[in-house]
Ligand binder design. Structure first.
Ligand SMILES: [Zn+2]
Length: 348
């Protein structure tokens, strides 16, 4: 039976097209429709994504029919999937590169998702793996898709988005190439080296589609910029704001990561031992329940605090601006304030 998923910890995210002005008349685009309003479970969090579609406001504009989408929203999850594209890629990576069994992948992902109260079934993993292989076949499918080509003719071409995603472990990057205007995946490929030549190779299937490229959106990686400039020298190229921010945020993110790791190393072992000790004392107190009721209560409160500290130590960051070190500091300060309040009350 299909259990309805619960979303207690969720962030809301409103996403708009990266292209802000009509490609035909340069008028500022206006919001016209909500393309999707749905939950997406990624490896890091649950996101409620509101994907807004925009159009040119000019009645007479020949580009009036083009519906502009957000490349970032399309990059989060495949249509019809609750699990994010990052989970799909992770499943594919674990299965094909690390030769993990479905059970091992299930264990790994379950542990990962438990951090924000989500679960995944073995069947869902098989389903995601199918999606992964379909993704790698996207290129051959799109070339035979006449309905899509008709749509592209109406749009007068494609706006190409290139997104390089690195799975959690390993040194490969998976590149996803998508048409921003139709949201269609054009091609996906794995690389272990992101040289200009290699990138031109993986872009070759897009060139082979033989459709006009109206614009390109990519991240700011130098070899990517060079490959695009050589393949489509006259096409406007925009560095995706999200990608640019992710790049800009990298330095501070890394610094924060070091602080977090340092805090974790210093506190984790102690907290763990302290909790073990508490559990032991709790068990002993439980055995002589009657006379030690007061102590049990105290120990339970201490255990709650210790669990919160351990929880805070396990906070993970999310690029570009989710800083784990800062979050950890905030959570620990919160616990400290609460303990101080408790101490004051005790003294009264
Ligand atoms: Zn227009």
């Amino acid at each position: 039976m299909n259990k309805k998923k619960r979303y207690n910890q969720m962030v809301k995210c409103i996403l708009r097209p990266e292209v802000t002005h009509c490609l035909e008349c340069q008028k500022k685009l206006q919001r016209c429709v909500t393309i999707a309003d749905r939950m997406i479970i990624t490896l890091k969090q649950v996101i409620r994504v509101v994907h807004c579609g925009y159009r040119c406001p000019q009645e007479q504009c020949p580009g009036r029919n083009v519906l502009y989408r957000s490349a970032e929203a399309d990059a989060l999850a495949l249509a019809g999937f609750t699990f994010g594209l990052d989970v799909v890629l992770e499943v594919g990576h674990l299965r094909l590169r690390e030769h993990k069994t479905v059970d091992e992948i299930h264990q790994y992902l379950s542990k990962h998702l438990a951090a924000f109260e989500q679960t995944i079934s073995r069947r869902e993993i098989l389903f995601l793996f199918e999606a992964y292989t379909a993704l790698l076949r996207a290129g051959t499918e799109v070339i035979h898709d006449e309905a899509w080509k008709e749509q592209v003719r109406k749009n007068k071409g494609i706006v190409l988005s290139i997104d390089g995603i690195q799975p959690d472990n390993g040194n490969e990057t998976i590149y996803l190439m998508r048409d921003v205007l139709t949201g269609r995946m054009l091609h996906a490929d794995n690389v272990t080296e992101s040289t200009k030549e290699r990138l031109k190779e993986i872009l070759a299937p897009v060139v082979a589609l033989n459709v006009p490229v109206l614009g390109v959106i990519s991240d700011a990686q130098p070899t990517e910029l060079q490959a695009i400039a050589e393949l489509w020298p006259d096409v406007p190229h925009q560095i995706c704001q999200f990608h640019a921010l992710r790049e800009a945020g990298r330095l501070i993110y890394n610094a924060d990561h070091r602080v977090k790791t340092d805090m974790r190393i210093r506190m984790q072992q102690k907290t763990h031992e302290y909790r073990q000790n508490l559990h032991q004392r709790l068990r002993e107190a439980e055995e002589k329940k009657e006379e030690q009721e007061q102590e049990i209560k105290q120990l339970q409160i201490l255990e709650e605090y210790a669990a919160m500290v351990e929880g805070a130590l396990n906070i993970d960051g999310l690029k570009p601006f989710g800083y784990a070190g800062l979050e950890m500091q905030k959570a620990l300060t919160h616990i400290q304030t609460s303990l101080e309040k408790l101490e004051k009350k005790g003294k009264q």
